[in-house]
Design a protein around this ligand. Sequence first.
Ligand code: SF4
Length: 256
Amino acid sequence: MPTTEDQIRQTLVQYFQTDQLLGLKEVPIRLPQPRATAPHATGMAQTTRETQTAAEVGGKSERLRLLDEKQVKTCTKCALSQTRTNTVFGQGNPDARLVFVGEAPGFYEDRQGVVFVGRAGELLTRMIVAMGLTREQVYICNVLKCRPPNNRDPAPNEIAACSPYLFEQLSVIEPEVIVALGAPAAKTLLQTTQSIGRLRGQFHNFHCSGVEGVGPATPLMPTYHPAYLLRNQAQKAKVWSDLQAVMRQIGLPLPK
Ligand code: SF4
C-alpha cells in the first residue's frame, strides 16, 4: 500500500491512465469531517495570489458563510426543502483557483451536510489528489443544495430556483477555472442543451452574469461526474485527459 504523498499520487495517476482497477479503499485519502470549517487560503492559492490581503480572503469566507447561514439553510424555494435532512452548501478554500461543481447532494451528503462524501466523493478526492492538490485547496459545490429523493435527476424548476446560489458562490470565489462534473452542472453553467459527451474535452466560457458575452469569462471544463465514472470505468482516461487540460490551464506540473 502506498504511504507517502508522492506514492499515493503516482498510484492514482496510474489508475486514471491505465486499465488498472483500483479498489477505492486501497489508497488512504483523508476525507473531510462533517461541517468542517472552510480553511482560509493555503498552499497553491497563497503562492499565486500574494497581492490579495487576508482581509479580502476573510471577506470571501464571510460572504459565503452569510449566503449559507442566512439564505440556503433556511431556503424553501422548492419542494426539496420538505424532504432534505440537511442543506449542503459547499466546502473548501474561499480563495480557490479551481472550483468543482457537481449535480446535487446524495444520501450521505444529505445525512452529513457535507459535499461529495459518498463513493463518488471518494473518487473525486482521488481525482483532486492525482492533480497534485487537496480538497482544502479547491472549492467543491453542487447545482442543488438539497437532495432530490432517491437521487433522481434535478428537475428544471429546482435548478431554476437553486442555481442563483451557485452563481453567487462563483461570483464570490472568482476561480480561475471551473470544472463542471456531469451534464446538469455543465448545462446549468453554460446555459446549453448540448450533451456532456459533446461538451467535455474543451474549455468553454462561463459568465457569472449567466448571459453569454456579458461580464468577465471564466474557462470552464465539463467532464463526466465521478458517480458516472464509478459505473463506466472505461471513461476514466477521458476524465484524466480533461483534468490534465485544467492542470495546464492553471500551471500545475503534469505527472511524469
Ligand atoms: S434545492 Fe435549493 S432552491 Fe430548493 S429548497 Fe434547497 S436550497 Fe432552496
